[in-house]
Design a protein. Structure first.
Length: 218
């Protein structure tokens, strides 16, 4: 497949066949709990996040309830997550800001959401597309790696990868596609299990490739 467009079309079809339905891997009930879960997932597995959030959300699952908790109480629930100390402080302050500035609601814009402590563009993108159905293409380490291996981006940085993927795939597909890519990256085209020459998509898109693909990190 010589062109990016041809590869993108094949990748889209293949992922649809493999994963016609892909659930959001982080347990949540609304925009606020999704925001907290995604914030916790930085440098932490989704499995670990889903283990700690039941106790956290049983204690507080609204901005009002979370703001009443101390940083120490939040930390006790999430201490097994990576960067737990800073995350506990961010969750506390984020909840206070939602009350003070956003009428106890998660703001529905990238600009406003990214003002919240601990919320970067990727986290905001996940919440915007899944909670509010605003087109977005969250790029994590799996997607950044796959896009490079499949020749869809130059791998300069995640900002470039996001822009390149948005050009290749229709906005209506982004919500499902982002989850399909993450799942495929975890199951088939892993960081160590496939170097760009092993999985079905790599070998189909680049049948003559013989050398491993060196990818830049997100």
């Amino acid at each position: 497949m010589k062109t990016k467009k041809e590869r993108a079309e094949y990748i889209g079809r293949t992922l649809d066949e493999l994963y016609p339905e892909v659930p959001i891997p982080l347990d949540h009930t609304d925009a606020f709990t999704l925001l907290i879960a995604v914030l916790l997932s930085a440098q932490c597995t989704d499995k670990r996040v889903n283990l700690v959030t039941p106790a956290l959300f049983a204690m507080a699952d609204t901005p009002q309830e979370m703001a009443k908790c101390s940083v120490e109480e939040i930390l006790e629930c999430i201490k097994s997550c990576g960067l737990a100390n800073s995350k506990a402080k961010n969750i506390k302050r984020l909840s206070e800001m939602l009350i003070e500035e956003y009428d106890r609601e998660v703001p529905q814009s990238f600009e406003e959401m990214e003002k919240l402590p601990g919320v970067g563009h990727k986290t905001a993108s996940v919440v915007m597309i899944h909670a509010f159905k605003v087109p977005a293409m969250p790029v994590d380490t799996h997607i950044h790696r796959l896009a490079q291996r499949w020749g869809l981006t130059n791998g300069k940085n995640v900002v470039q990868t996001e822009a390149d993927l948005k050009k290749l795939f229709p906005p209506a597909t982004w919500e499902t596609l982002h989850l399909q890519l993450i799942t495929y990256g975890r199951e088939h085209c892993t960081a160590r299990g496939c170097d760009g020459t092993q999985c079905i998509i790599c070998t189909t898109c680049f049948p003559n490739r013989t050398k491993p693909v060196i990818t830049s990190k997100a």
